[in-house]
Every structure is written in C-alpha cells, then in structure tokens.
Design a protein around this ligand. Structure first.
Ligand code: HEC
Length: 200
C-alpha cells in the first residue's frame, strides 16, 4: 500500500521530467548515424525535424537558366537547433538536410503562383562530426532511393562555397530567417561574411 501511494505521488513528477526531456519528433537521438562501412545514413525522420527555410529558384550561377522552377526546404535536428538558440553556434553532431522539390503551378484550385510537388528531386546533407571529418563538417548527396552515402570529397565546391560564404560555421544562416537574429545577437557571424556584406 505504501509503495503504491509513493508511486502515485511520483507519477506527476515523472511526467514532468519526461515532458522536459529533449525529445525528437519520434524518439531517441537525432544525431548522425553510419553504416558499418562508414557511409552516412539518411535520417529517415528528417521531415519531423525543425524547419529552417525554403529557397525558391535559388542559384549560385548568375547565368543559370532552368526551364522548371524549384523549391528547396532546409531542416535541422532538434538537439542542434536548441543548442543554436542558446549559443548561436552549431554543436557537434549537427545534421542539416536540404530537400529539393519541383515547383508546380497547375493543381486543384490554384490559379497563380507555385506549390511544391510530391516528388523529392534531390537530398543533400551537411553534418558536423568533429572527430570524424577532417574539416569538422562533411557533405553527402542522395539520389534515387539510396539511404546511405559516402562523404563527398573535400575537393568538391560544396566545401569551398560553404566555407567562404556561409554566415555561421560554413552554413547559410543568412538565409534562415529565425536563426539570423540569434547569430547577430550572439556575435557568431563569420568575419568573412560580415566583410562580404559590407562591400555590397
Ligand atoms: C556556390 C555556393 C554553393 C555551393 C557550391 C554549394 N552550396 Fe549548399 N548551399 C548554398 C546556399 C546559398 C544554401 C542556402 C539554401 C537555402 O537558403 O535554401 C545552401 C544550403 C545547403 C544545405 C543546407 C545546410 C547549410 O549548410 O546551410 C546543404 C545540406 C547543402 N547546401 C549542401 C550542399 C552540397 C552537398 C553541395 C555540393 C554538392 C553544395 N551544397 C554546394 C550554396 C552553395
């Protein structure tokens, strides 16, 4: 009888602890996972992560011409997002996912403008794993139905563009509207980024 009363008294407290515990959209941790041969596993539940922004027809090449419009959506794992809110920096084990979708204009009641198509046209991932990657961060690309990928070599332009132009720690926080004010407030913008924007 005594234990039972005790348990009942503890129940609300335990519920509070559970509610305050950092949780992902599903359960467990949301950091990077690898296969036994070292490939990065595409996080299956990234769509339940924290949404940062969508780009529309963004292009790094002024001459780029495409005959179809594209959206990209950026997501980050909840633990990393919480740490960023506190510090303006990405912690180790940050995973950022960029998902590309085609823009559609004809469908249902839509008369103007674009909405996102159901098919994922590309998935790219940026992972901070300091003890694993030589430059602390690794890039990965997924195509078709692949669920694991090898690191994109350091010689690819993903690294140079992100390092040279990303506002915070090689990520494009300047395009993530809820994070940019935090980076400014915490003073974590890269000097190169500040210089680049001054000269514009
Ligand atoms: C010339 C510059 C440039 C190059 C090259 C580039 N990116 Fe990016 N990348 C960007 C910009 C700009 C964004 C912001 C997109 C947005 O706001 O929607 C971005 C965002 C991302 C993100 C979201 C997380 C983050 O770091 O901000 C990932 C993942 C990503 N790129 C992967 C890649 C991969 C993989 C490659 C190489 C195959 C690559 N990028 C090459 C400019 C570049």
């Amino acid at each position: 009888m005594r234990t039972r009363t005790k348990l009942l008294t503890f129940a609300p407290a335990m519920l509070l602890v559970w509610a305050a515990w950092p949780q992902t959209a599903t359960s467990g941790k949301s950091g990077p996972e690898y296969t036994s041969d070292g490939e990065f596993r595409l996080p299956a539940d990234y769509r339940g992560w924290v949404y940062l922004s969508s780009g529309f027809d963004m292009s790094y090449n002024p001459a780029a011409q495409t005959n179809h419009h594209m959206f990209d959506n950026v997501f980050v794992n909840p633990e990393a997002w919480r740490a960023f809110l506190q510090t303006g920096r990405w912690p180790d084990k940050t995973v950022l996912v960029l998902e590309a979708r085609g823009a559609e204009s004809r469908g249902s009641i839509n008369q103007k403008g674009n909405f996102q198509g159901a098919a994922v046209m590309g998935l790219e991932v940026h992972v901070k794993d300091q003890s694993r990657f030589p430059g602390k961060w690794g890039f990965f690309g997924f195509s078709g139905s692949s669920t694991a990928a090898k690191m994109i070599p350091l010689t690819e332009n993903c690294y140079s563009c992100h390092n040279d132009h990303g506002a915070v720690d090689s990520t494009f926080v300047q395009f993530y509207p809820t994070l940019m004010p935090i980076a400014k407030q915490k003073g974590t913008l890269e000097a190169a980024y500040e210089k680049e924007t001054q000269n514009r």
